[in-house]
Design a protein around this ligand. Sequence first.
Ligand SMILES: [Zn+2]
Length: 302
Amino acid sequence: MQGSLGSNANSRAVKLQDGLMRLTAPNPSPMTSTGTNTYILGRKELTIIDPGPNSEVHLRNIMKIIPNNTKVTHILITHSHLDHSGLAPKLSKILNAPTLAFGTALDGLSNDMKNICKMGLALETYGIDTDFVPDHYLRDKEKISSREWEIVAHHTPGHLSNHICYQYLDKLFTGDHIMEWSTSVISPPEGDISQFINSCEKIYNLHCKKFYPGHGIPVENPGERIVELIEHRKKREIEILNFLKNREATISQITRYIYLNIDQNLLSVASRNVKAHLIDLIIKKQVTVDDISSDTAIYSLL
Ligand SMILES: [Zn+2]
């Protein structure tokens, strides 16, 4: 069944500007805000940015807001977390449209991170769409176009090594790289703090006017938000280094020190962020660890 673009058939669908709709998937949680945002850009030739989770309800809602007499020509994926790419194969088949992304979850890992994996750091599997393979592998700065629009793919590893932000004129679809309501979870080896900061600087230099994130409301002050996020990461790094000045410690001890008043439900996410900083500090040769494969490993200053 199909409706008309801009119709109010679904309260989770919002018309953001002429030729751009946002449809939020029914997967709200502390990790996803109100749910994953799927964007539909174009008037006659449409592209879908982030199909969202593998949900029958979300699939039906997407099909409802695609107008008659239009064609979905591309399905773009920011990164292969299940809540962004899970629906991609099904949607691609139904719409007969190709999927485009940087690659699988392991594409885009830095050489430093590959070396850390050789030292024994296990791959992260939480939330990752390990089956995801795009029809077309995008390169950094590759242009994707129809007769109506042109989009530039910017490889922005950090949250996930295969993360891409998509630029349309002076707007940027930022996936989970930059959001208004939350910082990104960075979980190594697929997540990488140094890559995240480099990607932030790269995006800053695009001077886009507005960000459309994978979760939550648009970012209206992109430059300020990027600076804030970089400062936040640098502050965390200093806190960890200061804590380790007088002692050696496990990830859990450092997490409890840094996140004093954190909600217990978010503690495991917080420890993944601490681990991301520690792995980054190992790469930068400022920290060492006795056994990187162990959850109770002891970290100390080098
Ligand atoms: Zn994600």
